[in-house]
Design a protein around this ligand. Structure first.
Ligand code: NDP
Ligand code: MG
Length: 380
């Protein structure tokens, strides 16, 4: 029985993680969780899964829940996330919060010796060197939930990592892949939230449309697999059936294929290297796809990806800046303060203004993250 701590239980990944736990009660138990502001869903989750400890964002929500569930221990705010992440009786932390708010809870959980399953890519982008170093020092496993990185993990089973030639990350191209840059000036929030293949949280759906998501994933891959940026390639795979691949020195490619359903990579991060049955609504038949398409990425069309490669190669605090600026710019787009194509402009502006600090410690990272957020907010 694996005892799971789930951060971000009300979100897209959180909901699918709950489906896996519900389906396998003899394998998994949810012992502690967090959610942000979605009280209706949060309440239902507490009633169903009966966790011992819960963190929410607001004090008023914590107080309300304490009255309703006297047998559960409640916390709130960032301190609450950190408490829950280190819950004594938990074996594995599945971090599915959105944004770099997930960094400190992840580091705390590693320090407490928990295994980590990480969906929260912003944490790896913001401070990948600190997270990977801590996991190594504490000898805890840190496994990806992101589908591309799960595909790479699967392709690397039994392989010698020194024989990797290249990691090839696949991208769907997002909601606006068939639009020109000129056409982007007219797009709305509603259109941006319609992803062709995947059903995800709002921030990630916008990141897919700009391709900042793929940029964050390039950095995530760099940290998870220790591969240099020159050896990580992005290709467009319109159908989202090939989730990523590894090219080896002998010219062999190993790819992982499957239906675009996050339950597979979430579950794999919890059962690795074993696998478990998943009851899909519709059987995936490879013959449903008579062709799979691969296209080069046009970096003029998707400048966000170029910015992300630049940030990654500069290193130090530059990825922290890219991530923080993007989080604020996307929030601005979602609430109508920023035009779609200005998301990239805001991120570029913040990066141009910043001089990267190399091998930053945690305090430096947190300070740069906060400063960048404050600066980009002045531009909205
Ligand atoms: P959602 O927006 O659907 O969910 C985010 C979760 O985090 C919710 O439970 C939300 O609570 C909570 N949350 C948001 N902000 C805060 C905060 N400041 N403090 C505490 N809790 C917070 O996101 P997704 O599930 O789509 O994504 C989560 C992470 O997983 C992201 O890093 C994303 O990049 C990554 N990921 C997601 C995939 C997907 O298919 N969705 C695929 C691969 C990676 P509430 O809603 O209650 O306020
Ligand atoms: Mg992904």
């Amino acid at each position: 029985m694996k005892k799971i701590i789930l951060l971000g239980a009300t979100g897209s990944i959180g909901t699918q993680t709950l489906a896996i736990i519900r389906e396998n009660p003899e394998k998994f138990q949810l012992v502690a969780l967090s959610f942000g502001r979605n009280m209706e869903r949060g309440r239902a989750i507490i009633q169903e899964f009966k966790p011992k400890m819960v963190a929410v964002w607001h004090t008023r929500d914590r107080v309300a829940l304490e009255a309703e569930f006297p047998n559960v221990k409640f916390y709130n705010g960032l301190e609450g996330l950190r408490e829950v992440a280190t819950y004594l009786d938990g074996d594995v932390l599945l971090n599915a919060v959105m944004g770099s708010v997930g960094l400190l809870p992840t580091l705390d959980a590693i320090e407490a010796g928990k295994a980590i399953a990480i969906a929260n890519k912003e944490t790896l982008v913001t401070a990948g060197h600190l997270v990977m170093r801590a996991a190594k020092e504490k000898n805890v496993s840190l496994l990806p939930v992101d589908s591309e990185h799960s595909a790479i993990l699967q392709a690397l089973n039994g392989e010698n990592p020194e024989r990797i030639e290249k990691l090839v990350l696949t991208a769907s191209g997002g909601s606006f892949r068939d639009k020109t840059r000129e056409q982007l000036s007219e797009v709305t929030v509603k259109e941006a939230l319609k992803h062709p293949n995947w059903n995800m949280g709002n921030k990630l759906t916008i990141d897919s449309a700009t391709m900042f998501n793929k940029g964050l994933e390039v950095m995530e891959a760099h940290w998870l697999f220790g591969v240099s940026y020159d050896d990580i390639e992005v290709v467009i795979q319109r159908e989202s059936i090939i989730h990523s691949m590894v090219q080896f020195v002998d010219g062999s490619f190993i790819a992982q294929l499957g239906t675009p359903d996050m339950r597979m990579p979430i579950q794999y991060a919890l059962t690795y290297p074993d696998r478990l049955f998943i009851p899909y609504e519709k059987e995936f038949r490879i013959t449903d796809f008579s062709a799979l398409h691969f296209e080069k990425v046009d970096y003029e069309r998707f400048p966000a990806l170029k910015l992300a490669y630049n940030a990654g190669k500069i290193g130090g605090t530059m990825p922290t800046v890219l991530n923080a600026a993007n989080e604020i710019a996307v929030a601005g787009f979602l609430n109508g303060q920023v035009a779609f194509y200005n998301i990239e402009a805001l991120v570029e502006n913040a990066m141009n203004r910043h001089t990267s600090i190399s091998d930053p410690d945690l305090d430096t990272i947190l300070q740069v993250d906060q400063e960048t957020r404050a600066y980009v907010k002045t531009l909205l």
